[in-house]
Design a protein around this ligand. Structure first.
Ligand code: ZN
Length: 148
């Protein structure tokens, strides 16, 4: 038993030393991977946070004939009717973070049929009434580029 033990011990030490060296390199590799993972996780969290914040701060900017009519946060449901002196009107609605124009007196009804908007720089335009609703500080999307 003693002989086996003695034989084992140096081999263990040798192996240990080798392992130690190898482990040292691996440790650095793992450290690098860990740092990269933490950095990636940090970036991911930052993006998530930024998107949440940007969605939270998104506003619908309503302009009439180039003049700002009002700013409405997408986080709050809101319905308002813009009325003009000649009797025409545009009713816009903010619901669930989306803006739409459910009703308008314009003859073309393009604004009414426009899909609801929520992303940065998306717009609903009513040409006859010169009403423009633009999303600001919203979430950017590459899909918008394809849509327009
Ligand atoms: Zn219209």
């Amino acid at each position: 038993m003693k002989k086996i033990f003695q034989m084992k011990e140096p081999s263990q030490k040798e192996a240990g030393a080798q392992d130690g060296k190898a482990l040292h390199i691996r440790k650095n590799d793992w450290l690098l991977i860990a740092v990269l993972l933490v950095a990636a996780a940090g970036i991911y969290v930052a993006i998530q946070y930024y998107q949440k914040v940007s969605t939270k701060n998104a506003v619908a900017v309503v302009t009439v004939d180039g003049v700002e009519y009002g700013r409405y946060p997408l986080s709050e449901d809101h319905t308002e009717t813009i009325r003009f002196e000649d009797g025409s009107y545009n009713r816009f609605a903010i619901q669930d973070g989306y803006v739409s124009m459910p009703e308008a007196s314009c003859p073309d009804q393009i604004c009414v049929h426009h899909s609801r908007i929520s992303r940065n720089k998306e717009t609903i335009v009513c040409l006859p009434d010169k009403v423009v609703i633009t999303i600001e500080n919203g979430e950017d999307s590459g899909i918008d580029v394809l849509q327009h």
